[in-house]
Design a protein around this ligand. Structure first.
Ligand code: SF4
Length: 398
C-alpha cells in the first residue's frame, strides 16, 4: 500500500486516537549482526565477524538511520535502548558509546533501561568497565546451560564454568541481570536442568528467559534431524520440562510475567514489555523491525538484511528501511492481542478499541472455559489460555 511521504505524515493533523497510542514511551532496538561463530540451531540474521572496517561503517550507518527515525518519530521519551543480535558484546566500548550517545542526543532518555545481550566469553573486566562507562544498566547473558555436554551439543563456544563466572561478574556489576536458559535438548536430563536452575538461583539472577529448542528450517540441526540424529526432545517432554522450570521459579519468588520469562519483582525487561504492550519501537541495524503509530496508521518497518546492503542503502537513501508497510486496523489489532495476551498483565480493552475502531465483542464462553479473565479495562489470558495463545487470539478476533 503506498504511503504518504514522511513529511506529509508529519504535516497531517494528528488525530486524538493516534495521540493516545503514541503517548507511550519509545523503545529503541539496535541489531548487531555479527557472531564469532554461527550456532547450529540459530536462524537469526547473523553474519560471521570478518572485517573490522565493515563494523565501523555499520556503526556510522546505524547512527544515520537513528537520525532518520528521529525525523519521523518527532521528540519522544525513550524508555529502553536494547542492543541485540547477533552478538552485540562484540561491539567495542567506543562503538557502544557512539551508538548510545546518538540515541541520547536524539530523544529524551533520562532513566532509560540500557541493555546489552552478551556472550559469556565476552564478559571480561575490561569490557565490564567499558559497558559501565557507556551507561549500560542491564546485561542479558546467553548462558543456555551450565552443562558442558549440552553446550557442546549446541555448538556454543563457552563452557559451564565460564558461564557461571560471567554471571557472577555481571551480578556484581549491574543492578539488572538476565540469563537465557534453553531446554528440550536431546540427551539433557531433567536432573541437569534442575541443577542449572539451582546455579541461577544461587547466583541471584533476577530475570530468566527460557527457550525451548526448536528445529528451524535451514539450520544445521534441521539437517541433522533429517539424517535421523535427534537434537530436540519430543513436545511432551519439553512441556514437562517447562512445567518443572515454571514451578521451581514461581516457588522461588519469580513472577511468570510472560509466556517464556520469569522475573523477581521490578526485574522485568522494560524493553520487551514495550513490544508486548504494543508501544512504538525504533529498529536499526541489519534486519531490525520497527513499529510507529502515525496519522496514517500503524507502520511496520524492516531494514536491509545484509550488513553491506544496509551500509550501501544508508549511503544512497539516508536510511536502510526497505519496508514501510501500513498495517490494516485488523492486522494491528491482531498483533496487539497476540502480544498482550503473552503477558500476565494482559491488554487494555480501551486501547484495543482505539486500534480496531470498535469495542471487542468477547465470546463469554472463553471466560467460562477458564481461558480468559476480564477485570475492568484489562483482558488477560489465564495460565491455561496462555498455552493455546494462537487459537485464543483467532477465537477472540473472529
Ligand atoms: S551466538 Fe546467538 S545469535 Fe549468534 S549464532 Fe549463536 S545463537 Fe545465533
Amino acid at each position: 500500500m503506498p504511503l504518504p511521504s514522511f513529511s506529509r505524515i508529519n504535516s497531517l493533523t494528528v488525530r486524538p486516537m493516534v495521540q493516545r497510542l503514541n503517548a507511550d514511551p519509545l523503545a529503541v532496538y539496535l541489531h548487531w549482526p555479527y557472531c564469532a561463530a554461527i550456532c547450529p540451531y540459530c536462524d537469526f540474521n547473523v553474519h560471521l565477524d570478518k572485517r573490522a572496517d565493515e563494523g565501523e561503517q555499520l556503526v556510522a550507518a546505524m547512527v544515520a538511520d537513528l537520525a532518520y527515525w528521529r525525523d519521523w518519530s518527532g521528540a519522544r521519551e525513550v524508555s529502553s535502548i536494547h542492543f541485540g543480535g547477533g552478538t552485540p558484546s562484540l561491539l567495542t566500548g567506543a562503538q557502544l558509546t557512539t551508538l548510545t550517545e546518538a540515541v541520547r542526543s536524539l530523544w529524551t532518555t533520562e532513566g532509560a533501561e540500557i541493555a546489552l545481550e552478551a556472550n559469556p566469553n565476552d564478559v571480561t573486566e575490561a569490557r565490564i568497565a567499558a559497558w559501565r562507562a557507556a551507561g549500560l544498566t542491564r546485561l542479558s547473558l546467553g548462558v543456555q546451560s551450565f552443562d558442558d555436554a549440552v553446550l557442546t551439543r549446541l555448538g556454543r563456544d563457552h563452557d559451564g564454568a565460564s558461564a557461571r563466572h560471567a554471571l557472577s561478574h555481571a551480578v556484581d556489576n549491574f543492578a539488572s541481570v538476565s540469563a537465557d536458559l534453553i531446554f528440550g535438548v536431546a540427551g539433557e536430563r531433567e536432573a541437569r536442568l534442575s541443577e542449572d536452575l539451582d546455579i541461577l538461583l544461587d547466583l541471584g539472577v533476577a530475570h530468566i528467559s527460557t527457550y525451548q529448542l526448536t528445529i528451524e528450517t535451514g539450520t544445521a540441526f534441521a539437517r541433522a534431524e533429517a539424517r535421523g540424529t535427534r537434537r530436540a526432545v519430543s513436545e511432551d517432554q519439553s512441556a514437562e520440562d517447562f512445567e518443572m522450570i515454571s514451578a521451581r521459579l514461581r516457588a522461588a519468588g519469580y513472577r511468570h510475567y510472560e509466556v517464556s520469562n520469569f522475573a523477581k519483582p521490578g526485574a522485568e525487561s522494560r524493553h520487551n514489555l514495550a513490544y508486548w504492550r504494543g508501544y512504538d519501537y525504533v529498529g536499526v541495524g541489519p534486519g531490525a523491525h520497527g513499529r510507529l503509530w502515525t496519522d496514517a496508521g500503524r507502520i511496520a518497518t524492516e531494514t536491509a538484511l545484509r550488513p553491506t546492503d544496509y551500509i550501501r542503502a544508508v549511503k544512497t537513501d539516508g536510511t536502510a528501511l526497505t519496508d514501510r508497510d501500513r498495517l490494516s486496523a485488523e492486522a494491528a489489532a491482531e498483533e496487539y492481542v497476540m502480544m498482550g495476551l503473552r503477558i500476565e498483565d494482559g491488554l487494555s480493552l480501551s486501547r484495543l478499541a482505539d486500534i480496531q475502531g470498535q469495542a471487542l465483542a468477547i465470546d463469554p464462553a472463553l471466560v467460562e472455559e477458564g481461558l480468559l479473565s476480564i477485570n475492568g479495562d484489562r483482558l488477560r489470558a489465564t495460565p491455561r489460555g496462555r498455552m493455546v495463545l494462537d487459537a485464543l487470539t483467532r477465537a477472540l478476533l473472529l
